[in-house]
Design a protein around this ligand. Structure first.
Ligand SMILES: Cc1ncc(COP(=O)(O)O)c(C=O)c1O
Length: 452
């Protein structure tokens, strides 16, 4: 590969088999060496056999009639799908000439996984990187970022104080040698998820129930993942989209801004790239339900056996989810009940990462609860999954709700220098479709640059 390796187009992230045969071969081999730049061609929701990496959760476990399909992000290079938006933003800048190897330092504002993705991509593509993130995220995240050779600039607070990282990023971005991969505000994040995640979700339900999607649910951090729903709606117009929020930090639902425990989501803002036109429901879930739920998926073999999960199935699921993945599953269950979805219908959600970055979160849980024995987890399972009900679901399909969300976006973004005209243009679906269509332009640009 040449000095700055060029990776895949959007289309090749959706269909890695469309890459050149030799490149594909190198990419498959690169799975054994994380820092091999050919891993850029492994940024995809697909397994090596080209099937979509997903699980259809057993109904005995979810307790709902509908099929719950979870896209699994843990096998993306760097361990989460956030590497996709990181790569997409960097490669768009590189082909546009706004990001120049040897000249620019890359900034990654993040609460963790995006930062890990940015650090990783910069290692592969030979850029220096600084990750700006809150100082109380899980220890595993900092270790990984440093391991990829990026520096850390920590701002005070937790997940809910991500606004401080944003302010710091805007400050640092004023220096000409810095370029921010601003996940909350730049459209490559939207494009990656609408195209790559959207079509992967659509393919994930083929052969499941009626092979359509009735609901796409995701807890927004940057709200990039939610963009998959925009493409799902294009293909299945009846589909609904639910944005899931921590009950303790109900920013989109009610303007609430509390602290919470679900790393990666609930960042106290309506992000610039969030297409609120397509957000049909906002669903609130208590944060610790997701943490306790993860404990059950981790150590509750006997508990889940009561619901028909045999030891092999349990073992296969142990590493599949992080806290936000469980949070999304709980939200999807609530929404399936709210929408009365039947046995033929499909709900899709996402597990952004796997368990590998949450050992410290589980340790903290053990410290907070006196007992976590099977009899406790049995009670938790009933309370969290079985009794997941239809409370705290807000219908945001009406104009009043849209106006409130647009107002929230103005409050959050006018202060960063975005014009009212730009924000107003986001009130039309034409804006989002035009942004999406640039996928095709960048497909061509990336392929051309790669040829040299
Ligand atoms: C663990 C985790 N879950 C969920 C999300 C939210 O994804 P998105 O930013 O696409 O909304 C993130 C984002 O960083 C994350 O790290």
């Amino acid at each position: 590969m040449n000095k700055m390796p060029y990776g895949p187009t959007y289309e090749e992230m959706l269909h890695p088999t469309k890459a050149d045969v030799t490149v594909r071969k190198h990419a498959l081999n690169a799975r054994n060496n994380e820092l091999d730049p050919y891993n850029l061609f492994n940024i995809t929701w697909r397994r090596d056999d080209a099937t979509i990496n997903r699980i259809v959760l057993p109904k005995s476990l979810t307790g709902i009639e509908a099929n719950l399909v979870v896209l699994l992000g843990k096998d993306f290079p760097s361990g989460s799908h956030k590497v996709g938006p990181a790569y997409s933003t960097l490669i768009e800048g590189a082909v546009d000439g706004t990001i120049v190897p040897g000249k620019h330092r890359i900034l990654g504002p993040s609460t963790g996984n995006f930062g890990i993705g940015v650090a990783y991509i910069c290692n592969l593509m030979k850029f220096d990187a600084t990750i700006i993130m809150p100082d109380t995220m899980s220890q595993e995240r900092y270790e990984r970022i440093k391991g990829y050779g990026a520096s850390l600039d920590l701002t005070p607070g937790t997940e809910s104080d991500v606004i401080l990282t944003l302010e710091k990023t805007h400050e640092m971005n004023k220096k000409p040698e810095n370029v921010a991969l601003a996940q909350f505000e730049l459209m490559p994040n939207y494009r990656f998820h609408r195209h790559v995640t959207g079509y992967s979700a659509i393919e994930a339900v083929q052969g499941v129930g009626n092979s359509r999607i009735a609901l796409f649910a995701s807890a927004p951090g940057s709200a990039g993942t939610l963009a998959a729903g925009d493409q799902v709606k294009k293909v299945f117009p009846e589909a609904k989209i639910a944005a899931l929020e921590p009950y303790e930090c109900s920013t989109l639902a009610t303007g609430g801004r509390g602290q919470h425990r679900v790393e990666g989501i609930g960042d106290k803002m309506c992000t610039l790239i969030h297409n609120v036109l397509n957000t049909d429901f906002i669903t609130l879930i208590p944060d610790d339900d997701a943490v306790r739920g993860l404990k059950i998926f981790r150590d509750g073999a006997n508990v889940l056996a009561d619901y028909g999960i045999d030891p092999d199935m349990f073992a296969s699921m142990r590493d599949m989810f992080g806290v936000s993945g469980i949070f999304n599953i709980i939200g999807a269950i609530k929404m399936a009940k709210h929408l009365n979805l039947g046995p033929d219908e499909n709900v899709v959600t996402v597990a952004t990462d796997g368990f590998d970055r949450y050992a410290s979160v589980m340790k903290n849980l053990e410290e907070r609860y006196l007992e976590t024995e099977d009899f406790v987890m049995r009670r938790w399972f009933k309370d969290i999954f079985r009794r997941a009900d239809t409370s705290n679901i807000i219908d945001t399909r009406g104009q009043a709700a849209k106006d409130r969300l647009f107002k929230q976006k103005e409050d959050d973004w006018l202060k960063f220098g975005y014009s009212r005209t730009y924000l107003d243009s986001m009130k039309s679906m034409a804006f989002w479709d035009a942004e999406y269509d640039k996928v095709h332009v960048y497909n061509e640009k990336i392929a051309k640059k790669r040829k040299g």
